[in-house]
Write a protein that binds this ligand. Structure first.
Ligand SMILES: [Zn+2]
Length: 303
């Protein structure tokens, strides 16, 4: 009897012990497994980043053409990542914006104009590699710089270019002197920000204030950000950024509003109310500038 009891005692003690060992093994295993997964994920992410960087800096690398992405089809929204939280100001003085990205005199103004005096240094905003140093029609003396996140910044109307094609430049390096070359009235910098051939309203990515901040390290671009007629060159758009894919989809859905025409409304009144252009309203609703508005008519407007 005593023996049997001792035997059970021994067995239960052994089971307890072996369970303890098993559990600690599981624990050990799970720690090493998750650590391994983490390490592998980090390596894979690094490799993805490296290969993306490589693709951006080599594919469509053309030192002659202004836009080497002509055939490229982008799907929206698309993400852009920044390794920095600030950029270098392209001018050494306070940035005075004289004309914004948007609709201007019935034409698309696909950049932002920053005031300067001829001969002022113009600095590159982010680290990168000089893709083109040329005189382009309209833009005059221009420097195009490609960055590792796929973005390109373009500095136009320069009086002098200070870099060569394929030069590696760190942010803040003077790449030219400001001027008035090309189709320009008065010396200023015409700054273009593009991604795979699409000209983005720079204000969605960069804050043109004294802090020189990049709005977020991850930004999702939707079609509105690359559509000049949805912005006015005279007024700042209310900037709503998207930092995730889902947020970009949500913002896109919230962008449109149904407006019901009231007595005394004109297309220009409605356009200015929603900070959009007559052209945008016409395109959105398949009407022409001379169409007569009816009271009660529903129009889709982009906010
Ligand atoms: Zn301009």
């Amino acid at each position: 009897m005593k023996r049997i009891f001792l035997f059970f005692l021994y067995m239960s003690a052994y089971q307890g012990y072996s369970q303890m060992v098993d559990q600690s093994l599981i624990k050990l295993d799970s720690i090493s497994l998750s650590t391994q997964v983490e390490a592998i994920t980090a390596i894979m992410q690094q490799q993805t980043q490296d290969s993306l960087r490589h693709v951006f800096m080599t594919e469509h690398w053309d030192t002659i053409t202004f836009n080497p992405y002509k055939e490229y089809q982008l799907t929206y929204p698309f993400g852009i990542t920044f390794s920095d939280s600030t950029y270098a100001s392209p001018v050494a003085h306070k940035k005075v914006i004289t004309s914004r990205y948007g609709w201007r005199n019935r034409r698309a103004h696909k950049g932002i104009d920053i005031d300067l005096v001829t001969g002022d240094d113009v600095m590159v905003m982010l680290d990168g590699k000089v893709r083109a140093v040329r005189t382009f029609p309209g833009l005059g003396k221009t420097v195009v710089v490609r960055h590792e996140n796929g973005l390109e910044t373009v500095y136009a109307h320069l009086s002098k270019q200070l870099v060569k094609v394929n030069d590696l430049v760190t942010k803040g390096t003077a790449i030219g002197k400001g001027g008035n070359t090309g189709n320009s009235r008065g010396s200023h910098l015409h700054l273009i920000v593009s991604y795979k051939g699409m000209y983005i309203n720079p204000e969605y990515l960069f804050e043109f204030d004294e802090e020189n901040s990049i709005r977020n390290q991850e930004l999702w671009v939707n079609r509105k950000w690359v559509t000049p007629y949805l912005h006015s060159s005279k007024r700042q758009t209310s900037i709503v950024t998207s930092t995730t894919y889902d947020e970009a989809l949500e913002n896109k859905a919230q962008q449109k509003k149904i407006y019901v025409v009231r007595k005394g409304d004109t297309l220009s009144k409605i356009a200015s109310k929603y900070n959009t252009s007559i052209t945008a309203i016409c395109k959105e609703n398949s009407i022409t500038k001379t169409s007569t508005l009816r009271i009660g008519q529903q129009l889709v407007v982009n906010k």
